[in-house]
Design a protein around this ligand. Structure first.
Ligand code: CAA
Length: 697
């Protein structure tokens, strides 16, 4: 029975002396304003209700509260805050039991931490993922969690943001019981037991016993440094450490206030704004307006053509998701080489503790290697990952067309080539699309789903659903050379080489981008991928790169030859500057009559990023990407664009499009490269004083 006059989203009933408060705010019971209002009201009613001696706090639907409502961040806070609700629960003299299921995360877990007891259904995953949104827990999580699970465990959970399963939560002391069967019934009987046994009601905030033994600040600081040094450039990790340190050094009330101050500062800052943008953009990127209603087909078996680095990685993605996959190669030798690499990858993961031996074997067993193409006949999806050449791929597509099931999806993993031309080499272009995985395919989260002119809504919907099942972030793109990511990357590569001729060295250019937050710069990246790959591609297209081409002519292919833009010691991946490369750059510039002079970091950064942003604007105008946020997602998940800067288009908005336009005009002038002229869309938005965000997420 709903309580009249209160938020529709929270209701209360009484079950034999136990008040059961239920939140019902689909899809994830986010604790938006009306929920907080309703909760506060019903918690105080339950506290004063003579007919109940205990309170159960539960949620309807798929999960207990999965956090604050992220859409409310950045708006003025509205009373009551989550803190006020939690304090009302703590002030209740009757036992309050949180009944958890699904994903009690962030403010949801903090709500549960304010209760006297927590019980959970078996599949529950509990966590404080705020760090992933560029913030820290702001409703007591950094103080109550360490008091239950100890400071080390709390640090791991808060700084990784990763949730833990119910079993681990029970062992750690975060929950009191795992309830099999009906959760609410279990919670009610747990509540009755607490009352009958007169169990003391000890609040998490007052349980200092686990912290007393952990006041070794030197050990704390050493453990914290491990996290903060990995999080260069980000504000939230250091703030999380400062808040957690308060648990060891301050009275709880002061530490809670400190946590709140740090939270408020972060939530108002640019980094969290950028990370929230990516949170929503990631979910939007997989949505396509004109295929709404198209049903994804069931994928029970998959096939991958090609057992190279990408093919093997893609096969692992299917195997990891529980989908049996056939891997087809032309020769037995290439096949066994590919499968050996896959097995080695799995063994390494298992050896590092990332996978049980049993699970590793199950995954390996799902991958069946063969040289017989007819093995794809029962696959619901076939992903082609053969040599990047149109002729070769068209021939493969012709064969797949003859063998594959009539309703199979036929995907190409090409990173540049025309999907429509591939589709035309089959008699079923509606079943063809691109599924562009990024190397290493089993690790990188991005999946560019390339929609061809003839791709049917069902084919597209199936590829998106499969992508999600494989744990990827699908982003839908249209057909053009290089799609979205590589098309933009190409401009950055050209500019990186120009900067060398104008006065920079590879380490300067790479340094500008790593200082910005990329894990790697373009030259270190090229060395890792192999310079010969780009060389071959440029030759095929009649393009050139002044320095990279000469390095290749000298047999310097990057890490695999221990020489590329940098030098490498055998067995080491760490790049060392090389005088020979510097000389080559200086000589090449001189031959071209370019006078080299030092370049500032800011200049290099703008030269590398602004042309890409300009290309992004063209991509939007052409409809190759649906939304600016899709481009951001592609760059964050496929190319290491720092998430806390929100991707290139969001970053451009934060810099101001007027400034980006002015700089681009100056670059066009100084380089003579017309591609740097601001695109019409960029011009238009800049002139109107608008940003890309005005076009929609
Ligand atoms: N606020 C607002 N909307 C949210 C939300 C939140 N906390 N969490 C999820 N949603 C929305 C999503 O945007 C999505 O909307 P659309 O359907 O319109 O795209 C919808 O809910 C479903 O989400 P998913 O598609 O992600 O569903 P899923 O089942 O794959 O995952 C989930 C569910 C694990 C809860 C995942 O959504 C998630 O991780 N959510 C964020 C959790 C989080 O970060 N919580 C902490 C918030 S910060 C906080 O709480 C701070 C504080 O202490 C004050």
């Amino acid at each position: 029975m709903g309580a009249p006059g209160v938020s529709e989203l929270v209701s209360m009933r009484t079950d034999g002396g136990v008040a059961v408060i239920t939140i019902d705010n689909p899809p994830v019971n986010a604790m938006k304003h009306e929920v907080r209002l309703g909760l506060l009201d019903l918690v105080s009613r339950a506290a004063g209700d003579p007919d109940s001696s205990a309170v159960v706090l539960a949620c309807a639907g798929r999960t207990f509260v999965a956090g604050a409502d992220i859409t409310e961040f950045g708006q003025p806070p509205r009373q009551p805050t989550a803190i006020a609700v939690i304090e009302a629960i703590e002030a209740c003299l009757k036992p309050v039991i949180a009944a958890l299921h699904g994903t009690p995360l962030g403010g949801g877990l903090e709500l549960a931490l304010g209760c006297h007891f927590r019980i959970a259904a078996p599949g529950t995953r509990l966590g404080l993922p705020e760090i992933k949104l560029g913030i820290i827990p702001g409703a007591g999580g950094t103080q109550r969690l360490p008091r239950l699970v100890g400071i080390e465990k709390a640090m791991t959970m808060i700084l990784s943001g990763e949730p833990i399963p119910a079993r681990e939560a029970l062992d750690a002391g975060l929950i009191d019981e795992i309830v099999e069967g009906d959760l609410i019934a279990g919670a009610v009987s747990f509540a009755r037991r607490v009352v009958t046994e007169k169990r003391p009601l000890v609040l998490a905030r007052n349980r200092d016993e686990r912290l007393a033994s952990a006041r070794d600040l030197a050990a704390f600081d050493a453990a914290a440094a491990n996290y903060t040094k990995r999080a260069k450039g980000q504000n939230a990790p250091a703030a999380a450490v400062a808040a957690l340190r308060g648990a060891l050094t301050l009275p709880v009330a002061d530490a809670l206030k400190r946590e709140r101050d740090l939270f408020l500062e972060l939530v108002a800052g640019d980094q969290s704004k950028a990370q929230r943008h990516i949170f929503f953009a990631e979910r939007e990127a997989a949505k396509v307006a004109d295929i709404a209603g198209a049903k994804a087909r069931d994928i029970r078996r998959a096939a991958v053509i090609g057992a190279g680095t990408l093919g093997g990685g893609i096969a692992m993605c299917f195997a990891n998701a529980g989908i049996p996959v056939a891997v087809v190669e032309t020769s037995a030798e290439a096949l066994s080489r590919g499968l050996d690499t896959v097995t080695r990858n799995y063994r390494n993961t298992a050896a590092r503790g990332g996978l049980s031996t049993e699970e590793m074997e199950a995954r390996i067993a799902r991958i069946a290697g063969t040289t017989d193409l007819t093995a794809i006949a029962d696959a619901d999806i076939v992903v082609e990952a053969v040599f990047e050449d149109m002729g070769v791929k068209q021939e493969v597509f012709g064969k797949l067309d003859r063998i594959a099931k009539s309703d199979a999806v036929i995907a190409s993993n090409t990173s540049y080539l025309d999907i429509d031309a591939l589709a035309r080499s089959t008699a079923r272009p509606q079943a063809v699309l691109g599924m562009h995985f990024f190397s290493p395919a089993n690790v990188m989260r991005l999946l560019e789903v390339v929609r061809g002119a003839a791709t049917s809504p069902e084919t597209l919907a199936t590829a998106i659903a499969v992508g999600r099942k494989l744990g990827k972030v699908p982003a839908i793109v249209g057909v053009c050379h290089g799609f979205v990511g590589n098309r933009m990357l190409r401009l950055r590569s050209v500019e990186a080489e120009r900067l060398l001729l104008e006065g920079a060295l590879p380490q300067d250019v790479d340094g500008a981008l790593t200082d910005f937050g990329f894990p790697m710069g373009p030259f270190a990246m090229a060395d890792l991928a192999g310079l010969d790959v780009g060389w071959r591609m440029r030759k095929a297209q009649g393009l050139s790169a002044p320095i990279a081409d000469q390095l290749c002519e000298r047999g310097r292919y990057g890490q695999k030859t221990l020489r590329g833009f940098y030098l490498y010691e055998p067995g080491s991946r760490s790049p060392k500057p090389d005088a020979e490369v510097e000389q080559l750059i200086v000589d090449t510039a001189a031959q071209r009559g370019i006078v080299r002079s030092p370049l500032g970091k800011e200049t290099m950064l703008e030269r590398l990023l602004f042309p890409m942003i300009n290309e992004g604007a063209r991509i939007l105008q052409e409809g190759i990407a649906q939304r600016p946020g899709d481009i951001d997602v592609i760059w964050v998940y496929g190319y290491g664009f720092p998430i806390y800067r929100g991707g290139p288009m969001h970053y451009a908005d934060s810099v101001g499009l007027g400034y980006v336009r002015d700089q681009l005009m100056a670059f066009a002038h100084s380089t003579g490269d017309d591609r740097h002229r601001p695109s019409p869309l960029l011009e238009e938005l800049a002139a109107a004083g608008k940003g890309f965000a005005s076009l929609g997420t």
